[in-house]
Design a protein around this ligand. Structure first.
Ligand code: GLC
Length: 754
């Protein structure tokens, strides 16, 4: 999306955008609208002509999305969608994929209906289509937006080759409660990291040209504040202040809109008593009037129908009115628009202009995709074969998986392991489970494509090393079955790898956990293994931060692998044997116990911050305040030291910038990559402000002994927030600027905003 004010050189498309901006301004669309790049491919005049030809029933069809009966991602499946296409009453389908299948459905729409309006095909391509990348939470931990953009681009390449036009991603819900299963889909707790990774994924999915047959429409979801569900229980109530909504939960949505996101999806939750799908404040006032969004809004799965159990609609007809009047353009799977909207327009309950505006926004995307030029450009089975699960895609998946894994512990430099071993014990069913490595929301990912941990280790070690694999299932197990064999293998091994964590179904949608420890009897296995006295390396596979204080005490080393995707085993082996070094950092705080939740770094100080010597201060009687592993934390195979940060000026005003410099030195014996992080604290605001907020980061590779000066630039925008009067901006006063390797960074410099 061109930010017109920022363009230094006026390319052709920017000149076009200036013209468009003028037209849009005249057309009454907000002057501050930053026109998305894809708008250059939209032909409003063509849309006008088509709208003039359409019947009301055909218009409602463009506002209707049904699932195919291939893949269930929600509670109901509607039969007969092919007949709906033929009747012109269905404009989009999800969960239908492969070039041939979608071509068959598209032919019905284009060749057997009155107007031949092409279908839109959507699918949940969340972290890869067939080549599966690490779950988005893991990828966020890489603090590498280029990696996120690359994996999204590959996912788009594979999906578009398989007949798809639209992915229901990126999920940009800030989440600070690891009990919530859907933390695996997002970028974790931090606003800035969420902004950066969300925008990178939109760029990856949409590229520079939506008509390019290797790009997809992105979908920003779930709008909004779905991650703030009470008690971390999926679909639960969200009750947050307008300030928290604007400071914490909305920024990633604005970031992805500014990156050009073509569609938005409403969330299931209510917000301040109004379900998002009926929330005019969200969908019209903020999204369209304040932000100038020009794409379309789709609901989440039957979320219009769910306004009845929410208790704000007596029946589906009323729910449909609430949704369309709030600003919903397309009804996913609910058939509420399908069943009611025509009558509601005919009896004057809904203005035809409301329908035309919604249909226009949907048709814009079909034009931007080039579907009216060539409705079959995405349905080429030869292209599909050539672009799915290629060696290049696997290489990218392996590299990005390596960059997404966090070294949480490494006592006595246990890692990297030498390959000069006679025997290695590999314990735990997850070590040989392809299905678990691809995690939830794995689209067309297949267990049989996966390189498991066991396979990766065997390939890395070769046939000379004896690999004793003990397939003990301590996750679903309820007793010691397999423990004795595991302990025996450990005792006779030169190295012990213990695969622990969750199965893939234990996170994702409708998968909240009240206890976020190691499920099953894994803690017992850890305890008995530790009693052998044999040091062991734990490799964690999980979709959420786990409360693992016992494992932290007993394991010699812990590598957080999350659900690393199709190349899991190769990536882990690369790190365990030192062919590469871990570099990821914690994107979502690991608590010591679930009783601390929510616990996150950007917390407020309170009026009685913890003082261990004072009774009446903010603390627990039975637990630390500090988490087990804080945001931004992660080890590698070397160490780093930081010089004191220096500011090139100590004062800044609204138009000013301050450069912050710090010297980072590799003080160890191996090359390593550090994520240098910059945090800001507003020492006294018109409202209380977090102890720290991440405002910038840089991945820096340093060889042993090497030093580098890392430079950041702070602007007034970086210091801005929703002030006491709910206006957005900075405030005069002192700001402490911290630079370091995680959110506990101590070294700081103070600047004054005038
Ligand atoms: C699900 C999810 C949403 C997904 C949609 C389609 O219920 O909430 O993220 O995109 O339905 O599968």
């Amino acid at each position: 999306m061109q930010n017109l004010g920022a363009a230094n050189h006026f390319s052709h498309s920017t000149k076009v955008s200036f013209v468009l901006l003028f037209i849009l301004t005249v057309a009454g669309i907000q002057a501050q609208t930053v026109v998305p790049a894809w708008y250059n491919q939209v032909h409003e005049v063509e849309i006008d002509k088509l709208l003039d030809k359409m019947t009301l029933e055909e218009k409602v069809g463009q506002m209707t999305l049904f699932t195919s009966d291939w893949d269930v991602t929600g509670p109901t499946i509607r039969k007969g969608y092919e007949a709906d296409i033929k009747s012109g009453r269905l404009g989009a389908i999800f969960n239908a994929h492969t070039a041939d299948y979608n071509r068959r459905l598209q032919k019905i729409a284009v060749e057997e209906t009155r107007l031949g309006i092409p279908l839109l095909f959507g699918y949940d391509v969340i972290h890869g289509y067939r080549t599966i990348f690490p779950i988005p939470l893991a990828e966020a931990g890489s603090f590498n937006p280029a990696a996120a953009e690359e994996s999204a681009r590959i996912a788009a390449r594979e999906s578009a080759a398989a007949g798809l036009h639209w992915t229901f991603a990126p999920m940009v819900d800030i989440a600070r409660d690891p009990r919530w299963g859907r933390v695996m889909e997002g970028a974790g707790e931090d606003v800035y990291l969420g902004n950066v990774m969300g925008a990178a994924r939109v760029r990856g999915f949409q590229g520079d040209d939506l008509a390019d047959p290797f790009t997809l429409l992105a979908c920003a979801k779930h709008f909004a504040a779905y991650g703030a569900a009470q008690a971390g229980r999926d679909y639960h109530t969200v009750d947050i202040s307008e300030r928290v909504l604007h400071d914490i939960y909305l920024p990633p949505f604005k970031a992805v809109l500014d990156a050009g996101a073509a569609t938005f999806m409403t969330s299931f939750n209510e917000l301040d008593g109004v379900p998002a799908t009926a929330n005019e404040h969200l969908l019209t006032e903020i999204l369209r009037e304040d932000w100038g969004f020009m794409g379309f809004v789709v609901t989440d799965y039957t979320s219009i129908n769910e306004m009845i159990p929410h208790g704000i609609a007596k029946d589906e007809a009323e729910a449909g009115l609430l949704a369309v009047n709030a600003g919903v353009d397309m009804d996913m799977q609910g058939a509420v628009f399908y069943n009611n909207l025509r009558k509601q327009v005919e009896n004057g309950e809904v203005a035809m202009k409301m329908i035309d505006d919604a249909v226009r926004r949907v048709l814009r995307m079909k034009f931007a995709l080039g579907l009216f030029d060539d409705p079959y450009r995405y349905s080429d089975s030869e292209r599909e074969k050539a672009n799915i699960l290629t060696p290049a895609h696997r290489e990218a998946a392996r590299r990005i998986a390596r960059e997404s894994m966090i070294l949480l512990k490494n006592d006595n430099e246990t890692l990297p392991l030498s390959k000069n071993l006679k025997r290695i014990a590999v314990i735990g069913s997850l070590a040989d489970s392809g299905a678990d490595m691809i995690g939830a929301w794995h689209a067309d990912g297949r267990a049989e494509d996966v390189v498991t941990l066991l396979t990766g280790l065997k390939e890395a070690l070769g046939s000379a090393v004896k690999v004793d694999f003990v397939d003990v299932d301590a996750i679903k197990g309820t007793d010691r079955k397999g423990f004795d064999e595991a302990l025996k293998a450990a005792r006779s091994a030169d190295a012990v790898i213990l695969a622990l964590g969750e199965t893939w179904e234990m996170s994702g949608e409708a998968a909240s956990r009240a206890d976020i420890g190691l499920p099953g009897v894994q803690d017992q296995l850890v305890e008995e293994l530790s009693q052998t006295g044999k040091p062991f390396v734990a490799v964690l596979f999980n979709g959420r931060p786990l409360a693992i204080p016992e494992l932290d005490k007993k394991a010699a080393a812990i590598l957080e692998a999350w659900f690393p995707g199709t190349e899991a085993g190769h990536a882990i082996a690369d790190l365990l044997f030192g062919d590469d070094a871990p570099s990821a950092k914690v994107p979502l705080t690991f608590p010591r116990s679930v009783g601390q939740v929510p616990v996150f770094y950007a917390a407020k100080n309170t009026g009685r911050p913890r003082n261990p010597n004072e009774k009446y201060t903010s603390k627990y009687l039975d637990e630390e305040n500090s988490p087990l592993y804080p945001f931004g934390y992660g080890l590698t195979y070397t160490t780093f030291s930081y010089g004191d940060p220096v500011a090139d000026k100590t004062e800044m005003n609204r138009n000013g910038k301050v450069k912050i410099l710090t010297t980072v030195t590799n003080t160890g014996k191996r090359t390593g990559t550090e994520v240098v992080q910059l945090y800001v604290r507003d020492l006294a605001g018109s409202v209380t402000r977090p102890l720290r907020e991440l405002k910038a980061f840089q991945r820096v590779e340093l060889s042993a002994g090497e030093s580098k000066t890392v430079s950041f630039e702070l602007t007034a925008e970086d210091l801005s927030f929703y002030r006491r009067d709910m206006t957005f901006g900075p405030e005069a006063g002192e700001y402490q600027v911290f630079v370091g390797g995680d959110s506990r960074a101590e070294k700081s410099v103070t600047i004054t905003f005038k």
